[in-house]
Design a binder for this molecule. Structure first.
Ligand code: PLP
Length: 372
């Protein structure tokens, strides 16, 4: 079986094996060493020098909710929404502070002029970097620049970008960013890392939910511990996943993600398929997944059920508004040419039974040649 969905991802054998061991005390020296290693290794992945990475046992959403609720001492937060996860940010923010929701159609770019206008009466902004529901990479640096000109706090969901694409918190001016363990880091689901710079604490709201209070995580860091019992096996796995990233080198890893996912994109276009997102130069195609319109005459179950049954490959469908209209192929984590080529060859075969499609695997192999 092969998982080519945007998380959970296929696990490297070393990561699977790292979890097959006896438990350790989460208050002992061995756990502290693992926690410290994970926090230190995550900092360059976020592009953060001054600040800390706080690890929560919970999914990516727990990380986003911790970030927004812990730093909700704001007059008004602007949320930028052009897909499912942008909408979720708007829903989360609405629970904790006055929220102005700036909405764009799914798959359409963020209009930076609209952001500039909307931010005027806001002192914080939250948005998704890599919008997984549509395959669009939002212009983080440009949004942060507008926010800084208005002296606003910047919170970014980097759940499906960090570890697979560039995230440069210090350079871009992002104050808080979140990643989930089960995406480009290549670990199993269940941990969220929240990277926080020093400035963010000016916005700290002590009325945030108890378990998600980031000040508690920061305080306990002095003892190199988490405030509550962490998901210890997932820390074993995250440590191993981060060692694999260190061995590969972050630049190489990002380059690999860019090449693998552009191979999928180039293949789709050459096969005569249409990509779902419509970038404008500021917004770009995602480097970690590709969203493709389902061709006429092919249903979601025709494609995905046949793929799973005959090839053992799982890809994603569309969510909410685009359910049944698109399919998504993700190359995240530790997959390589083999997995990408098998997936597109299988998708091409299944689609060709229902619709006319060009054979375009050679286009992908040419792109993949750049990956030695
Ligand atoms: C961009 C983005 N944000 C948030 C989430 C939610 O993460 P989780 O399902 O780990 O809570 C996802 C999950 O796919 C995502 O892709």
């Amino acid at each position: 079986m092969l998982l080519m969905i945007p998380g959970p991802v296929q696990l490297h054998e070393r990561i699977i094996n790292s979890m097959c061991r006896q438990m350790i005390s989460h208050r002992g020296a061995e756990f502290s060493k693992i926690l410290k290693y994970c926090m230190d290794a995550l900092k360059p992945i976020f592009g953060l020098k001054n600040g800390e990475v706080l690890l929560i046992s919970g999914s990516g959403t727990a990380g986003v909710e911790a970030a927004i609720s812990s730093f909700s001492k704001v007059k008004k937060i602007l949320t930028i929404e052009n897909g499912k996860f942008g909408e979720r940010i708007g829903e989360i923010a609405s629970k904790y502070c006055e929220t102005k929701r700036l909405e764009f159609e799914w798959g359409r770019p963020v209009d930076l002029g609209e952001v500039e206008k909307a931010i005027k009466d806001c002192d914080a902004v939250a948005f998704v970097h890599n919008e997984t529901s549509t395959g669009m990479l939002n212009p983080a640096e440009e949004i942060a620049k507008i926010a800084k000109e208005n002296n606003a706090l910047v919170i970014m969901d980097a759940i499906t970008s960090a570890g697979g694409d560039y995230v440069k918190m210090d350079e871009w001016g992002i104050d808080v960013a979140v990643v989930g363990s089960q995406k480009c880091l290549g670990a199993p689901p269940g941990l969220a890392a929240v990277a926080v710079n020093e400035r963010a604490w000016e916005y700290y709201n002590k009325k945030c939910p108890y378990y998600l209070d980031l000040a508690a995580y920061k305080k306990k860091l002095k003892e190199l511990q988490t405030p509550y019992t962490p998901a210890v096996p997932l820390f074993f796995a995250l440590e191993e996943a981060l060692k694999i990233i260190e061995e590969e080198g972050l630049e190489n890893r990002i380059r690999r993600h860019i090449i693998l996912n552009s191979a999928v994109r180039e293949w789709a276009l050459a096969a005569g398929l249409e990509l779902f997102p419509q970038p404008d130069g500021h917004s770009k195609y995602s480097n970690t997944l590709t969203a493709i319109n389902l061709p006429k005459g092919v249903s979601d179950s025709d494609l995905r059920n046949t793929l799973r049954k005959e090839y053992g490959i799982t890809i994603s469908g569309g969510q909410d508004a685009v359910k049944g209209k698109i399919f998504r192929i993700a190359a995240m984590g530790n997959v390589g040419k083999l997995e990408v080529l098998s997936t597109i060859a299988a998708v091409e075969d299944v689609l060709s039974r229902f619709t006319k499609i060009e054979s375009a695997i050679d286009v992908a192999t040419k792109v993949l040649r750049d990956l030695k």
